[in-house]
Write a protein that binds this ligand. Structure first.
Ligand code: 5GP
Ligand code: ZN
Length: 196
């Protein structure tokens, strides 16, 4: 494997390792943006977020969450940035998924803020809609929904909160949710329907 981080993990390239467990590892960034700038990554090679299994990504995030306050304290810092660059356009240089922890001080004068501006008139609504449409295309798969409902409502009943959560997850309108639930003979009491 030619990946530079895999070589570091295998000991082929030296690094300043600060933490290691069964699945994840953390070492100092060789070109730090500040003292204590640390990279946290899965030991197994996954190119980016979308290629990383949820369980592994969650473990990596959990390691970062554990380490961040410790590194912050060790660097006598006031806070930290936790970030990830995914894809070239986002600044990813090494194609082995990794999180950055960058300790921050109130007076460090680092400018990593992005130039932000408010949306124009009606722009946010259009953008929201196009994202929701994409979500529907990706997730409005009836078989998947049925499976989810079956898992969450084995006795044919579903809680208001769970119904709401599923509806949100799949971008389902009230009517569509009702339809799916009927097909599966799942009851939602009238007051529950009021949630949508
Ligand atoms: P990315 O831009 O892909 O999110 O971040 C890659 C990071 O890896 C950069 O911050 C860079 O400084 C760091 N890096 C690149 N090569 C090496 C290396 O050989 N060793 C270490 N420890 N860090 C590296
Ligand atoms: Zn790798």
């Amino acid at each position: 494997m030619s990946c530079i981080f895999c070589k570091i993990i295998n000991g082929g390239i030296p690094s300043h390792k600060i933490y290691e467990d069964e699945d994840t590892i953390a070492f100092l960034d060789a070109y730090p943006a500040g003292a204590g700038h640390t990279l946290i990554l899965p030991k197994a090679h996954y190119a980016d977020v979308m290629n990383t299994p949820d369980a592994i990504f969650n473990k990596t995030m959990s390691t970062a969450k554990k380490l961040a306050p410790v590194i912050t304290k060790a660097m006598d810092a006031d806070g930290f940035n936790l970030f990830l660059n995914n894809g070239r356009a986002a600044g990813q240089v090494v194609d082995h998924v990794h999180l950055h922890i960058l300790p921050r001080n109130t007076q460090d004068n680092l400018k990593i803020g992005l130039p932000q501006k408010p949306y124009g008139q009606g722009e946010a609504e259009k953008i929201k809609q196009s994202i929701i449409n994409c979500l529907r295309e990706n997730h409005l798969d009836r078989e998947k929904i049925k499976e989810q409902i079956k898992q969450n409502a084995p006795q044919g009943k579903i809680s208001c909160a769970k119904a709401f959560e599923l509806a949100q997850l799949y971008g389902i309108s009230h009517a569509r949710m009702g339809e799916s639930l009927n097909q599966l003979k799942i009851k939602i009491v009238k007051c529950q329907l009021g949630c949508f």
